[in-house]
Design a protein around this ligand. Sequence first.
Ligand code: PLP
Length: 418
Amino acid sequence: MDHFHYRDGELWCEGVPLARIAAEVGTPVYVYSANAFRDHARAFRAGLADVRDAHLAYAIKANPNVAVLRLLAAEGYGADVVSGGELARALAAGMPAESVVFSGVGKTEAELVRGLDAGIGQFNLELEEEGEALARLAAERGETARAVLRVNPDVDAGTHAKISTGRKENKFGVPIDQAPAMFARLAGLPGLALEGVAIHIGSQLFDLAPLEAAYRRVGELVATLRAAGHRITRVDLGGGLGVRYKEGDAPRSPAEYGAMVDRVTRAWDVTLMFEPGRVIAANAGVLLTRVIWVKPGVVNPYVIVDAAMNDLARPALYDAWHDFDPVVPSGERVTANIAGPVCETGDTFAMAREIDRVAKGDLAVFRSAGAYGATMASTYNSRALVPEVLVDGERFAVVADRIAAETILAAERVPEWL
Ligand SMILES: *Cc1c(COP(=O)(O)O)cnc(C)c1O
């Protein structure tokens, strides 16, 4: 069920009209549906129902709001974190440390120590030296860190180049052909319990074939490692499942994904970790915005909205498409460009898009903005940091305040020698 739906001619999120949120909180504002998050979390879990010993670590970077994390913790999700800051969020949300996976190609030693302090369940090693550092830090404390080695399977995920991570020239993981020798060196270190391997080949994947190819390579690697005498108990299959952003998008469902995973991994006899992000968060949120002006254009008019690339970076960063729907549809279709107020041509959400006619002062939403939305927001052009609202049935709450440009200015200093 779509929790963003029209009722009596206006757009609601669950049991709350979006116009009410705009009136009370102002715009731009992200609005999340708690029940959409729950539905997506349950659908992903249900897709893996046939997979023995599957653990779910939500990729926090997709949407790290602490209220969202609390909600997913209640659904039994752990966390995939990529920084000390994300680790702090997972713990603040009440996720058990045991359920936390620490990924990331540039973990500092201070961050490794934070992970050890917290007692997290799994470090994903991205290079040999990181494994040596983690082993040393853990051994100094008389502890053993549980880790897996992230390998780069060299498959083309067939997604946007900026969210592709599993080709050999990408910065992530160690080359899969070097993994056995590296594994042997690291597995012998005191302080380190190297339990298996991890991969993550990219994001917004529509086709299961590259994932399946990568998983099969991992299966071969597991067999090679076992033949060499290693005890392999854990494989992390990453995230990456795509979602619908526009009409005609046909992502594979969690059930189809789960059937593929079951088929490929059935004989592996390991604990499987999954790191879904976008598939949980993207369609659980919208960015609610107000039209400032409709500016006549040379070809098409520009609808200038009060949301901008600093609030939702995906169109500027990846040429991403977000549906633009009015809160109160006029029913009259027009072709327009949609842009924000930031002084960059890149601050354009859509060109020559067929939309419902909107006028100055109207409310509208960018759909599918729950993942990689608010988390990438900045204050560029000295704009406020965009707030977030969570709706649950007929209730809603501000779960992240708008941080005013003045507050950010107040954190800056002019040295006395100027
Ligand atoms: C970004 C990321 C994910 C989540 O990817 P989605 O496409 O949002 O599912 C999972 N694992 C790692 C290591 C990541 O970097």
